[in-house]
Design a protein around this ligand. Structure first.
Ligand code: F6R
Length: 328
């Protein structure tokens, strides 16, 4: 897992260079990403990215069924690292029946076999699906860029450079005083982790939560401002459980000024009751660098929390078991 984490910048570069289909679709109504778990989060990142780039709407479908609005005017990506996730396969079948020409992204499996001619993006094998997020995200950005909907080339270069600078800061050689990921893992150890952010970094907060679930094997939760100021804040200010929580607050240089103000107030009126709180700032100018730098700190923090808990970050045995039992 550590080696895979260290290779994130190279993975971004490699994924952007993967051969990808050139779609024949004009004036698309939107983008739909079919996927689950580690293969769906790239869709959420694409959604945040696209909002900032003022591109078409992105909808992430984590279900067997497709909503009625999806049709041939949508760009559809069916993403499953294994290629065998049943919800994704079912939604893909429905998309094809409706006349969509989905781009499939997998390392093999049923998805590859079901793909239309020239519409498959083949991923290198040997990763845990959740570790392959850059491999699944970058080809989608590339397809969207090739259609002229939003440009990402310069952003990829910036992201790679900033990630290359960030990785040594998070590596095991760096002592905890100078290593934010280690500090956060220590702070979250034996507390209930809560990862909070504004709307742009919401998919990154979700990614932190799912990496804490799957790598560190702990329960965790994510929430978003300004929404949480209208409900969750009450509990933060009154619930005795707040003292058992460890908070990671994801900050972004382009967050709305009122969200920034709310973060300060939310800290003062509620979050200060947590037993640990640390802010993590995204880095860079472009949306991609900001998303991926904030995400990478979380990937390393969840790895160190696994080490502190004495668990292997890589396997997710119960997910495999559930899939076997579903298969009957
Ligand atoms: C495992 C992981 C899971 C899988 C999910 C879907 O590392 O993160 O969330 O991503 O079970 O499987 P795939 O990605 O093969 O479609």
């Amino acid at each position: 897992m550590l080696e895979v984490l260290r290779s994130i910048p190279e993975m971004v570069q490699r994924a952007y260079a993967l051969p990808r289909p050139c779609l024949d679709i004009s004036g698309p109504e939107g983008v739909v990403v079919l996927g689950m778990g580690g293969s769906a989060i790239g869709g959420d990142l694409l959604q945040s990215w696209m909002v900032e780039k003022r591109g078409p709407p992105v909808f992430v479908n984590r279900d067997y069924d497709l909503p009625a609005f999806v049709g041939p005017k949508h760009i559809v990506f069916a993403v499953s690292y294994s290629g065998n996730t049943e919800e994704t396969i079912s939604a893909l079948e429905q998309a094809v029946r409706r006349g969509c020409r989905p781009v499939t992204i997998s390392s093999g499996g049923a998805l590859e076999k079901m793909s239309g001619p020239g519409l498959h993006i083949k991923l290198p094998s040997g990763f845990q699906p959740r570790s392959a997020v850059p491999l699944m995200l970058l080809p989608m950005l590339g397809v969207v860029e090739d259609l002229g909907l939003a440009m990402c080339g310069a952003e990829v270069n910036e992201a790679v450079e900033l990630l290359k600078a960030l990785i040594p800061e998070l590596g095991p050689e760096r002592p905890e005083g100078e290593n934010q990921a280690k500090r956060i893992a220590l702070g979250l150890h034996k507390s209930f982790p809560m990862v909070l952010s504004g709307p742009f970094l919401a998919p990154v907060a979700k990614r932190w939560r799912t990496q804490l679930n799957e790598n560190s094997k702990v329960l965790a939760r994510e929430d978003t401002l300004p929404e949480m100021d209208h409900n969750d804040l009450v509990a933060w200010s009154e619930d005795p459980m707040a003292k058992m929580c460890g908070v990671v607050l994801l900050r972004d240089s382009r967050e709305h000024a009122r969200v920034a103000k709310r973060m300060e107030l939310t800290r003062r009126l509620g979050l200060h009751r947590a037993r640990f709180l640390e802010e993590v700032s995204s880095r860079g100018e472009g949306a991609l660098a900001r998303l991926l730098t904030a995400l990478t700190v979380g990937d390393f923090a969840s790895f160190y929390l696994a080490v502190l808990r004495g668990v292997d970050p890589t396997p997710v045995n119960v997910i495999e078991r559930l899939k076997r039992e579903l298969a009957g």
